[in-house]
Design a protein around this ligand. Structure first.
Ligand code: NAD
Length: 501
């Protein structure tokens, strides 16, 4: 920490302005109001104790209103600023170790609350938070020349308002805390209403541990009963400097209309293209493991496959050999009727399909029952042949059921992949050993993630190189979020000096 005491500076400014008869513009809200330091850290000096509202004490991040949560988070941000990088590092370590330690218990409460996805994968996702980049990610950029030195540092904004999805509530929240606090910010969450109780359990546990270790009480806050009103209040708060939205098209649109800067991790509908140069066994295994993960709730998960006609049968055979079950046309038709509501188009428009929420993230056994087929227990994935305009292809259906579409050429495969991705610019996957096909698809799809010859999670460092985040900023372009995503770049220039050679 700096030897110059910032609290003291603010107090002196206030005193001088007072003597001059003016009003100090440095208000109580903008002055650091540290919570009482934990006993072990108390040095007994005369630094002022917190003057914060008692209503914000003892909540450990869980608040009834967005206003209270934002005020508490602002206070925590100022405390974190005082306590420096070491406190950020402690927060990162606490979140990573508690997520891993509580993976089973928290995975279960999230599963019990949301009733979507797979318990084993909910647990696995929490065990992965340790792969999210933290404090060490931030390195300043420096320039040195005849005119001295210049440093560009990645500095915090303050309070970040974050919206989390129902599909991975605690994992998204945990990864977001690591990223956001590593950069020196605090955060207020408006979780999905159907995954808010589990999120509050994790937030409370994190804050209790963070308070014990650092004396900072509300570094990650949450609105206990989130609603559209609390979303609006969170966005409107004077303390909220930045938004991070992880969810579907509606919330992305809503966030972009708030007038605040929004980092949006939006929807996807990832296509897979399989050509005749790849290893079909490897492709089949990768497609199954990516599409089956958490019953295909992941935004990056394989949602539809386009395959060259003359290798399609072999790919499907390999999928069957590796644990996926093929539906015939009548079974597929039954499932489609149950899984989608198709509204006829008006005035010559196209028919529109709405996904039936009762099937989102459900086990293959539930889907198989609707299709009228008995499948072995533990079946990872269903698949069936469809045309390119089928609702299973066009909708982001988030079910462990993969439509397979035959194509006549590489060009057709890439064109249909592009069409089905709907310009979300999220994720695409290819299985090919032909570098020209790979390059052509990468250029045409223009997605944030492009995975070659592996399952989609390889794009998040799970079996591929790279780092993890559960928030992939797609329409706004920040990519896989990391601590730097939540920083302001500030330049500090020393003219003509300090270049040492
Ligand atoms: P959702 O859009 O229904 O909800 C996401 C969040 O937004 C929730 O907190 C919800 O309460 C809120 N919300 C929804 N509509 C809103 C509105 N009009 N105003 C304010 N808030 C609103 O999504 P979901 O079903 O929870 O999650 C699945 C979706 O999220 C999929 O589309 C998936 O692709 C996407 N997703 C994207 C990423 C990514 O990193 N890009 C990660 C996970 C999920």
């Amino acid at each position: 920490m700096s030897a110059v005491n910032e609290t003291l500076i603010r107090d002196v400014v206030a005193e001088v302005l007072g003597r001059l008869g003016g009003t100090a513009t440095v208000t109580a809200k903008s002055s650091p109001a540290p919570a009482p330091a934990p006993k072990s850290e108390s040095c007994g000096c005369s630094v002022k104790k917190s003057s914060a509202s008692p209503a914000l004490r003892g909540k450990f991040g869980v608040f009834a209103t967005a206003e209270e949560a934002c005020e508490a988070a602002q206070e925590a941000f100022l405390q974190l600023k005082e306590k420096g990088i070491e406190a950020r590092r402690k927060i990162e370590n606490i979140v990573k170790s508690l997520a891993e330690k509580n993976a089973e218990a928290w995975g279960k409460i999230e599963y019990d609350e949301t009733k979507i996805g797979r318990l084993d994968h909910k647990i696995a996702k929490l065990g992965l938070i340790k792969l999210v980049p933290g404090v060490d990610w931030l390195r300043p950029d420096a320039r040195s020349g005849d005119h001295g030195i210049t440093l560009e540092e990645y500095t915090p904004f303050g309070v970040v308002g974050a919206i989390t999805p129902s599909t991975h509530s605690i994992p998204t929240l945990s990864g977001n805390i690591v990223n956001i606090c590593a950069a020196g910010n605090s955060v207020v969450f408006n979780a999905h209403p159907s995954a808010a109780r589990c999120a509050a359990v994790a937030v409370r546990a994190y804050n209790e541990a963070i308070y014990r270790e650092t004396g900072i009480e509300n570094i990650a806050c949450i609105i206990e009963k989130p609603s559209l009103d609390s979303f609006n209040a969170l966005c409107k708060s004077e303390f909220t400097r930045l938004l991070l939205v992880t969810g579907g098209p509606m919330v992305v649109k809503a966030a972009m209309q708030t007038g605040k800067r929004a980092i949006c991790a939006g929807p996807g509908n990832p296509p897979v293209f399989v050509d005749d140069t790849c290893c079909l066994t490897r492709a089949a295994k990768a497609i199954i493991s990516g599409a089956a993960f958490d019953n295909n709730l992941l935004c990056i998960g394989e949602k539809q496959v386009f395959v060259l006609d003359h290798v399609a049968d072999k790919l499907m055979q390999k999928m069957s050999e590796n644990g996926a079950v093929k539906l015939n046309q009548s079974q597929l038709e039954k499932l489609t009727k149950a899984a989608f509501t198709i509204t006829p188009g008006q005035g010559g428009g196209c028919a529109h399909a709405h996904t039936n929420k009762d099937f989102i993230g459900k086990d293959t056994s539930v889907l198989a029952q609707a299709a009228g087929i008995n499948i072995p227990s533990g079946t990872q994935l269903l698949f069936g042949e469809t045309d390119a305009m089928h609702p299973f292809v066009q909708e982001e259906q988030m079910m462990p059921m993969l439509p397979i579409v035959r194509v006549k050429s590489v060009e057709e495969g890439i064109a249909l992949s592009l069409q089905s991705e709907h310009n979300y610019k999220h994720t695409a996957i290819i299985h090919s050993h032909d570098v020209e096909n790979i390059t052509a698809m990468a250029r045409a799809l223009d997605t944030t993630l492009f995975v070659k010859n592996g399952p989609s999670p390889a794009g998040l460092g799970l079996g591929g190189e790279g780092y993890l985040s559960f928030s992939i900023a797609t329409p706004t372009g920040e990519g896989i979020t990391n601590p730097r995503t939540f920083t302001r770049v500030r330049r500090c220039v020393m003219v003509d000096n300090l270049r040492i050679y």
